[in-house]
Design a binder for this molecule. Structure first.
Ligand code: ZN
Ligand code: ZN
Length: 348
């Protein structure tokens, strides 16, 4: 199969032929129809600080964890349960399916989990991908492949909102209008927040969030965020989300949070950062970190999409074939108007 292969930090991915993956008895093989480019992959291919607690990428790795596809082969033990031709999406790791973590839908905590972009499992910036049956969900009729590939980043947003213990009537401030911030806005609104205010240093990006559930936008380059928030909603936020994930953004979230409120850190900062604990302590903030999602989060997202209760389709702003993919990937390192760029590895 053809795949986008990582060679070395700071160099573009290279399209190459690599061996076709073979599904294990409890796995499926899919032809990847769409895979979203994620900021995590951009950071990762730039080279990560080994002390950051984030695995370094080996040369030869194939990334891509936000995908949908069509089943082309069914593992031996799954015959009768899954069919060739079914349209699916999947969580981007494979657990054992039997341990307490897997049974709770948290395969990423499975002691023997196989993670994507590792030597044992290629990612979906490729024509084919192995997926675990336990981690796989069928896509309803109403969900096309692009939207199917949005299930993963949407589930990140849903999990973050779950971590915020959102109550109907809460007012939320979301810092950062990238894909994560937009997904958080969508579910914060869907789960009953009154005001969902998104701030971004680029005014046009913040404004765009109003297409995805935000009730107001703040241009943080020109406006005082806290003052503006209070003018819009009549009071301080009950929840503040850091959806930026750069050094300093967590402190910003803490500073915008009023006493006894909640802060959820969901932007993935891979660099060392420092903050002033005293500023959080005197406010008695509840600070939560959100990482990934459970199987249940995936199910909820797929269900809401299938019933057309949420519509994130405008998040997909471009789609490229595999040949144009490395260039499209590198282009996202510079400031851009794109939200989510999809690669369609099997586009002819
Ligand atoms: Zn991602
Ligand atoms: Zn397990």
């Amino acid at each position: 199969m053809r795949a986008a292969v990582f060679k070395a930090p700071g160099t573009p991915l290279v399209i190459e032929n690599v061996p076709d993956p073979t599904p294990e008895p409890e796995e499926l093989l899919i032809e990847v129809r769409a895979c979203g480019i994620c900021g995590t992959d951009l950071h990762w291919t730039q080279g990560t600080d080994p002390t950051a607690g984030w695995r370094t990428l080996n040369p030869g790795a194939v990334l891509g964890h936000e995908f949908s596809g069509e089943i082309v082969e069914v593992g031996r033990d799954l015959r009768g349960k899954w069919k060739v031709g079914e349209r699916v999406c999947a969580q981007p790791f494979i657990g054992c399916g039997r341990c307490p973590a897997c049974l709770a839908g948290r395969a990423y905590r499975c002691p023997t989990v196989i993670t994507r972009a590792s030597d044992r499992l290629t990612g979906a910036y490729a024509q084919l991908a192995r997926i675990g049956a336990t981690e796989t969900l069928r896509l309803p009729e109403a969900v096309d492949y692009h939207t199917g590939a949005l299930v993963e980043p949407l589930a990140v947003g849903l999990a973050a909102v779950r971590r915020a213990r959102l109550q109907p009537g809460d007012n939320a401030l979301i810092i950062g209008a990238g894909p994560v911030g937009l997904a958080v806005a969508m579910f914060t609104r869907h789960l009953g927040a009154s005001h969902v205010v998104v701030s971004d240093l680029v005014g046009a990006r913040a404004e765009r969030a109003t297409e995805f559930g935000a009730t107001a936008a703040i241009d943080a380059s020109r406006e005082d965020v806290r003052e503006r928030f209070e003018r819009i909603t009549g009071g301080p936020p009950s929840v503040v989300y850091d959806c930026v994930g750069v050094p300093g953004s967590m402190q910003l979230a803490i500073d915008h949070a009023p006493p006894e409120s909640r802060v959820v850190v969901v932007g993935l900062c891979m660099a060392a950062d420092h903050f002033f604990p005293a500023r959080a302590i005197v406010k008695e903030l509840d600070i939560a970190f959100a990482y990934v999602y459970t199987r249940r989060d995936f199910e909820i997202v797929v269900d809401l999409l299938g019933r057309e209760r949420i519509d994130p389709s405008a998040m997909v702003t471009a789609a490229v074939d595999l040949d144009h993919f490395p260039h499209a990937f590198e282009a996202l390192r510079r400031p851009t108007d794109q939200i989510k760029v999809m690669v369609e590895p099997n586009r002819i």
